[in-house]
Design a protein around this ligand. Structure first.
Ligand code: DAH
Length: 341
């Protein structure tokens, strides 16, 4: 039995050392260590051996098993290494090829436009202020001289969150907060989201506005004009001009809608310009001189102060600036659109 075991071991180790393929190594493993192998049979039959034979045969068989196991493992490592080296030789890696860069996100076009606007106005001394999107009905309406029966309060336009609480419909709601927060002079900008119950190709239920307010002793309409002129030249075109059309907003008197000369077709009326529709002018904001009622509500001495205010849609500025044809592109989250900015 001992010599049988020894020759079995020698045969196994020889065959293992001669193998040069992983597949045949597996076959050898089954042949010599598998359930149906002679070694297994011997180990299973140990119980039927005489007590004299059992320990010698047992330990020899176990030792053999370990040796074969170890030889198989070593050979496996050796062959795997060979396979890997062969693969590496076949495939040459060029470490000089630049790797593919992960895509870096960028600021949303509305954020970028907001920052541009703030940068321009801050050069004129405007400070940025924020106000809450959930606002009291008082600050959104009464405080800017919009009385209870005004159509702007209609349920169709305003999202009411509860009695006396709304989602602000404009950033003009921050005007009273600014006036009440500190003594004049006040020169503030307020960018932010506003909400209206409205949705189609040119309106969204949520969009952004930028409010401006300048209150001091002796602020005149010409200051408003100069400020807005500076802004359009900086943002759109150094040759851009503005024009005022009389309009009504309850919180200013006089009030105006302000147009910028079309910087796409250079104010050449009659052309087939998509932006100004051939009129040569594009509406960009509402503005006017602060209504005395606001000063009264804020506790300011009406005879000593005056001011101007303006408000514009930030998406609208972005659309003009980047010639974006549809407002909804900005909020569909399509990266093919967003990556352009
Ligand atoms: N709040 C107005 C709106 O949402 C915009 C506006 C117009 C703001 C005139 C002003 C202003 O400050 O003076 O349409």
């Amino acid at each position: 039995m001992i010599s049988k075991l020894k020759s079995l071991g020698e045969e196994a180790l020889r065959k293992i050392s001669q193998t040069n393929q992983l597949e045949s190594l597996e076959i050898l493993r089954i042949q010599y260590l598998g359930k149906k192998s002679s070694l297994s049979d011997i180990l299973k039959g140990l119980g039927s051996l005489s007590t004299a034979e059992r320990p010698t045969i047992g330990s020899l068989a176990n030792q053999l098993k370990q040796e074969i196991d170890q030889a198989l493992e070593n050979k496996k490592c050796e062959l795997e290494k060979q396979v890997l080296e062969k693969k590496l030789k076949e495939k040459t890696i060029d470490p000089a090829i630049p790797s593919r860069l992960p895509h870096r996100g960028s600021l949303h076009v509305v954020t970028q436009t907001t920052r541009k606007l703030i940068q321009v106005f801050s050069r004129l001394g405007f400070d940025v202020m924020t106000g809450p999107e959930v606002e009291t009905e008082f600050l959104n309406f009464e405080a800017v001289n919009i009385p209870k029966d005004h159509p702007a309060r209609d349920m169709q336009d305003t999202f009411f969150l509860g009695p006396g609480v709304v989602l602000r419909t404009h950033t003009s709601s921050v005007q009273m907060r600014a006036l009440r927060s500190k003594p004049w002079p006040v020169r503030m900008l307020c960018p932010g989201a506003v909400f209206r119950c409205d949705s189609d190709a040119t309106h969204l239920p949520m969009f952004h506005q930028l409010e401006g307010l300048w209150v001091d002793n002796g602020v005149k309409m010409s200051d408003l004009k100069g400020t807005l002129e500076f802004f359009v030249k900086e943002i759109f075109d150094p040759k851009a001009q503005i024009r005022f059309r009389p309009s009504y907003f309850p919180f200013v008197e006089p009030g105006a809608e302000v147009d910028v000369s079309c910087f796409i077709c250079n104010n050449k009326t009659g052309l087939d310009c998509k932006i100004c529709k051939g009129s040569g002018w594009v509406e960009i904001l509402g503005a006017g001189m602060v209504h005395p009622r606001l000063f009264e509500l804020a506790g300011y001495p009406v005879d000593q102060v005056s001011g101007f205010a303006f408000g514009m849609g930030i998406e609208r500025v972005a659309m003009l600036l980047y010639e974006i044809p549809d407002l909804r592109f900005m909020y569909t989250g399509d990266v093919r659109f967003l990556r352009q900015f």
